[in-house]
Design a protein around this ligand. Structure first.
Ligand code: C5P
Length: 457
């Protein structure tokens, strides 16, 4: 029941934090992905190292940690979870939650989340029974926060009464009850295998220099996360990026195009391949094993380039293990639509997600994306959306395409195949790009499908 569930665990500073480590272990044993956020006081009771080792993820603690903000903003941290669990929830943490404060990462995440919150209070009996804590707990209950414990019993401070944090098994049972009581809509990609490439590749010039590009990996990583959220078994083959691995995804880190190809082939068979990486087209032939040096002649070294393997084309034309749906990307600075149409054919892809990456669009490395989804018989132009939203809509489209009987060869071929409700205010637009006469008109009579409710686990 917990397999694939994503738990954001907020760890407060209480002696009971040692029990939280056991909770993490049990959650992970059941297949849940756990990401931990700690308060400053929590670090006095459990080391971030133990939490990182047990969660298998980075531990987040500082609100103004710029690296973390670049990797994963606090808003995203709070949204990339199915459930937020606060354990131990100290009197101070409950008070700050009840007051809606956001003076550290833990409380900011708790204020920013749109997900259900379960708290496991832990404090001295007098603190738990104090009218202020009673008031705060009642306020939080009224706000919809669920409680597990505290239990009655002897306390670390030699007193007796309610205030002991619930045991890990009890918190686990409460989490399981939560998911049983709120069954997700059947995950749209349950049982499907999805392989995603993301980020740039680094092609060595010599041992210290390389050819790269400006891809951040945000879009590919968001697609991998959205596919995992939809229940798929996801392998993400990532080039070097500065963002965190998405939870619940098997991530293979590679550097070069050839390594990426090998990792993708190893991940086959799969039902779906989404090749979002910005793979370097060329690499240096016979990159030297020693650093290139200026030789005093003033003449630069001549770098001979050879073409890299095309991963998308290899997968799209795979003789034995071609995934049922192969999706490529086309990052273009000119003639976006015409290039995407040609690329779909050339590389044997079913769909091409095309976008305009001229620097003034801010798409490359940015937070939003505006895409044209090109299929065999049609296309859709989506409005500018955050990359996570683009990912979710794409995954919904993939799921509905796979639900059909035939290979999903056409974006926009089915009436109901529009991105499932790109917000009501900003529906996808399906029309021929006027400035691009090379782009074929959509088949007559095709109209964007009706908006459908989003499937969220
Ligand atoms: O030809 P171009 O690089 O524009 O094609 C982009 C698409 O092809 C993307 O889906 C990218 O991931 C994929 N690609 C690839 N291997 C390459 C070059 C591009 O998989 N060597």
């Amino acid at each position: 029941m917990l397999a694939g569930r994503r738990i954001l665990l907020v760890v407060g500073g209480g002696i009971a934090a040692y029990k939280t480590l056991e909770l993490v272990r049990r959650l992970r044993d059941r297949g849940a992905a756990v990401r931990a956020v700690t308060t400053a006081a929590a670090a006095e009771f459990v080391t971030p190292l133990s939490l990182a080792a047990l969660t298998g993820d980075k531990v987040y603690s500082a609100l103004f940690d710029l690296t973390d903000e670049a990797e994963i903003g606090h808003i995203q941290l709070s949204r990339n979870a199915d459930l937020v669990v606060v354990a131990p929830a100290t009197a101070n943490l409950l008070a700050r939650m009840a007051a809606g404060m956001a003076d550290d990462l833990a409380t900011t995440v708790l204020l920013a989340t749109d997900k259900p919150v379960l708290v496991a209070p832990a404090m001295n009996v007098r603190m738990w029974l104090h009218p202020a804590t009673r008031r705060n707990a009642a306020r939080l209950s009224a706000d919809g926060v669920a409680f597990v414990g505290p239990n009655e019993g002897p306390m670390a401070c030699n007193e007796f009464g309610p205030g002991r944090m619930a045991e890990p098994g009890e918190i686990l049972a409460a989490i399981e009850r939560f998911f049983a009581a709120a069954p997700a809509v059947a995950p749209a990609l349950a049982g499907r295998r999805v392989v995603v490439t993301s980020g740039p590749t680094h092609e060595p010039i010599d041992p210290v220099r390389y050819i790269a590009n400006r891809s951040s990996g945000r879009q590919g990583h968001a697609i991998a996360a959205a596919a995992a959220e939809a229940g798929a078994t996801v392998t993400l083959v990532s080039g070097p990026v500065a963002i965190a691995d998405p939870p619940g995804v098997t991530v293979v880190h590679v550097e070069t195009a050839r390594e990426m190809l090998a990792a993708v082939e190893a991940a086959l068979p799969a039902d779906v391949a989404v090749m979002a990486a910005a793979v370097a087209d060329w690499r240096v032939a016979d990159a030297p094993a020693s650093k290139l040096k200026k030789d005093g002649s003033g003449r630069p070294p001549a770098l001979a380039l050879v073409e890299n393997p095309d991963i998308l084309a290899t997968v799209g034309r795979h003789p034995t293990r071609r995934p049922r749906l192969v999706v490529g990307f086309a990052a273009e600075t000119d003639d976006v639509a015409a290039n995407a149409v040609a690329k779909r054919e050339r590389k044997g892809a079913d769909w091409i997600v095309a976008n305009d990456v001229r620097p003034e669009t801010g798409i490359m490395g940015g937070e939003a994306n505006e895409i044209l989804l090109v299929g065999r018989d049609g296309f859709e132009r989506w409005p500018s959306l955050p990359k996570a939203e683009v990912a979710r809509h794409l995954v919904e489209r993939i799921a509905s395409a796979l639900a059909g009987p035939e290979a999903p060869a056409a974006a926009g071929a089915a009436r109901d195949a529009g991105p499932a409700a790109a917000t009501a205010e900003a529906p996808p637009r399906r029309r021929a790009p006027a400035a691009d006469p090379a782009f074929p008109a959509p088949p007559a009579g095709r109209r964007p499908g009706p908006a459908r409710p989003r499937k969220t686990p």
